[in-house]
Structure formats: structure tokens, C-alpha cells
Design a protein around this ligand. Structure first.
Ligand code: FE2
Ligand code: FE2
Length: 174
């Protein structure tokens, strides 16, 4: 997971997380911090493994190995909300902005152009999991909801998403 370590140490990555934290310090609802990104990365990987989807994911995206697939999934999870702060500032969709900000970080971390394409497309599609975001986009979208501990959330009465959250209806824990 060497390349994932490089993302976490990247100074731009850290800067974007600081920007999210500054905009969300008084937010009563879910935040978009490192813990959330890590939760989404881990849950996406669990879904791939439990669904026996790794061989198909490797084949479809021409990845080199199981390890490369794991790094691609973790990179997508760890980067998917890095542009939330831009949405607060300009109103631009954070998924589209995040795909743009993720590119240079992924290059510096040593990901191959075809891997960067898979990751950035998935990030761009993570809000709704549209088909053009590929399997990884759908995984991120589902993991994003499963990552939220709605059953214990103090703000759930006021949350517009609460009534459609699987984690609340079925108390799913990942
Ligand atoms: Fe998001
Ligand atoms: Fe998210």
C-alpha cells in the first residue's frame, strides 16, 4: 500500500482536508474528514471482496494485481470528498471538483494513467453512482451511505437523507 501512503502524506491532500475541516467545524451533520474517507475506502474494499468482484474489477480495468486493485480502491475512497470545501465556497459539485483535484495527487503517488482514469471517473460519479463511473463509482456511492452511523446520530431528525439510509433502517455495521 505504498502508493496509498504517498496520498496520505501528500501536502495538497492534507491542505484539502484542512479546508474541509475549517468549513465544517460547526456542522451538525456528517463531516467529510479523513475518518469518513477511510471508512468509505475500507467499506468499498469489503464490498469488492465479499462480492467476489476482485477478478472482474482487475480484468475490466486492466490492473496488474490484487494489490494494485486494493490501492486503486483505497485511493478512490481516500480522495472522494477532498473538494467538499470547494462546493461550500463556489457551489460547484464536489464530485466533479474532487476528480480534478485528485489527478495530480495520484500522479505524484505513482499511479498509472489508466488507474488514474478509473479512480477519477469513480470520484466524479460517487454521488449517484451513474454507470459512466464504472464499478468503482457504484461501490463508492454505496459505501458512502454505509459509512454513516445514522443509528447513533444526534442530528438525524433534521437530516434530509436519514429516511433513505440503509444504515438506519437495518442498523448495518461495516
Ligand atoms: Fe461526497
Ligand atoms: Fe463521502
Amino acid at each position: 500500500m505504498q502508493r496509498v501512503g504517498r496520498i496520505i502524506r501528500d501536502s495538497y491532500y492534507r491542505y484539502y482536508l484542512e479546508q474541509n475541516a475549517a468549513r465544517e467545524k460547526d456542522r451538525p451533520f456528517c463531516r467529510h474528514d479523513f475518518q469518513h474517507m477511510l471508512d468509505v475506502a475500507r467499506i468499498s474494499y469489503i464490498l469488492l471482496v465479499e462480492g467476489n468482484l476482485i477478478p472482474g474489477f482487475i480484468g475490466r480495468n486492466r490492473l496488474d494485481s490484487h494489490q494494485a486493485a486494493k490501492e486503486v480502491v483505497y485511493a478512490a475512497g481516500l480522495l472522494h470528498d477532498i473538494a467538499r470545501w470547494q462546493q461550500y465556497d463556489t457551489g460547484e459539485d464536489h464530485a466533479a471538483a474532487g476528480a480534478r483535484l485528485a489527478g495530480p495527487i495520484l500522479e505524484r503517488a505513482g499511479f498509472l494513467p489508466r488507474e488514474i482514469e478509473v479512480i477519477t471517473r469513480a470520484i466524479a460519479a460517487h454521488r449517484r453512482g451513474e454507470p459512466w463511473g464504472g464499478m468503482l463509482g457504484r461501490l463508492l456511492c454505496r459505501a458512502d451511505d454505509l459509512a454513516r452511523p445514522c443509528a447513533l446520530c444526534a442530528a438525524r431528525e433534521k437530516c434530509y437523507k436519514a429516511d433513505r439510509m440503509e444504515t438506519l433502517r437495518e442498523t448495518l455495521i461495516y
